[in-house]
Design a protein around this ligand. Sequence first.
Ligand SMILES: Nc1nc2c(ncn2[C@@H]2O[C@H](COP(=O)(O)OP(=O)(O)OP(=O)(O)O)[C@@H](O)[C@H]2O)c(=O)[nH]1
Length: 464
Amino acid sequence: MVLDDLGSSLRGTLDKLRGKSRISEEDVDEVVKEIQRSLLQADVDTSLVMELSDDISSRALDEEPPGGTTARDHVLRIVYEELVDLVGESTELPLEEQTILLAGLQGSGKTTTAAKMAWWFSKKGLRPAVIQTDTFRPGAYDQAKQMADSAEVSFYGDPDESDPVAIARDGLEATSDAEVHIVDTAGRHALEDDLIDEIEDIEDAVDPDRRLLVLDAAIGQGAKEQAQRFDDAIGIDGVVITKLDGTAKGGGALTAVNETESTIAFLGSGETVKDIERFEPSGFISRLLGMGDLKQLTERVERAMEETDEEEEDWDPEDMLQGEFTLKDMRHQMKALDRMGPLGQVMDMIPGMGGNIMDQLPDDAMDVTQERMRTFETIMDSMTEGELENPRSIGQSRTERIARGSGTSEDDIRELLQQYRTMSQALKQFQGMGDSDMQRMMKQMEGGGGMGDMGDMGGAGPFG
Ligand SMILES: Nc1nc2c(ncn2[C@@H]2O[C@H](COP(=O)(O)OP(=O)(O)OP(=O)(O)O)[C@@H](O)[C@H]2O)c(=O)[nH]1
């Protein structure tokens, strides 16, 4: 993830300010050096880094901390505000009928992004279509079609037509019942005139409402030139930064956005159609600094719950809250969690869970947990309805049978039952909570995600 170690290194430095009420020039220097190091390592443009660190230094020393604020929170707030300012606003993207044109170099992730965006719009309740005009790269048509299929959205392409402008025109007509048209274009290895000519022609024919530039996060400083050229040719309204899962850099892309006075529309962080999120500056920076991003998390949870509910119509959450918690409920919860995406990413979004807790875990710890969940699901598939509803009925002989049937070990079954008992007990406490306890807990959670409770950033949040 971009600027990955900024959060952890900064937390270390800021922790040294704990307990101080006044802040010295040396303190500020140390914080600013940490920020410079992380930003430069992540490929952020040097002059931008200097400008940012000057701003942070002078604000930290000149501004009077509001009453009751510790030195640490004062500095953290300034760092947060300056970083939010650096990444800028999110590209405006109303949820309405529109045509979006994607541009970018070869391999930057345009085709993948087209399908991801279509999926994203479909989840917002709009009918999207992907139009593939890449006649340059063999295989682009099949790839685009396959991805559009997995996003379950309309698709138009014509492998027998060699003129991208004709495909774009025909595509818009053929998918006229769609509300959002996403036009994917061909890339080239480098910025070449014929690429620019082609994109200008397509732009003319399509007359898009939005023109988005797709940039690979690993691009580094080259991003600036690309952004400039495409902006001159067709006018760029926003940028999609892809492959954030594969690099700790990404600063080049951030800089390009800043310097061309563009904005970021989406972030891509994986190869499936679901690995996309709308860029939100405050959430993005809070996550980076380890403050969690409850908004993103809530969205993902809601979506996962909706999808799982569609699949298991007989499952009623009311039953779970009213009465006995069964293995069926647990299976439902796990499926929902599984759909939210890589656990590591989900954890990053929970205040107190991202940052230092994640830092202490070995890299693959989260994958193992996900693997465990899959094993648990396989085991539960081998259980009878009666066993799922009444796990206490599972004694030694049933354990042996289930292990055989699911190809797992008896220890796996015992571990699952232990997990079930733990969850069941936790839920009992939850059920015993009065409304005011619940409100208090929600307040605490909100505080961890916002600026109001920055003292907890080090991991003492409700989950920490
Ligand atoms: N890990 C990761 N891989 C990605 C992401 N986005 C795209 N990719 C991969 O990057 C490669 C190139 O992506 P494409 O979508 O084909 O790129 P393109 O810009 O359409 O390429 P051209 O059509 O040749 O111009 C593919 O292997 C994708 O699976 C991402 O966010 N994360």
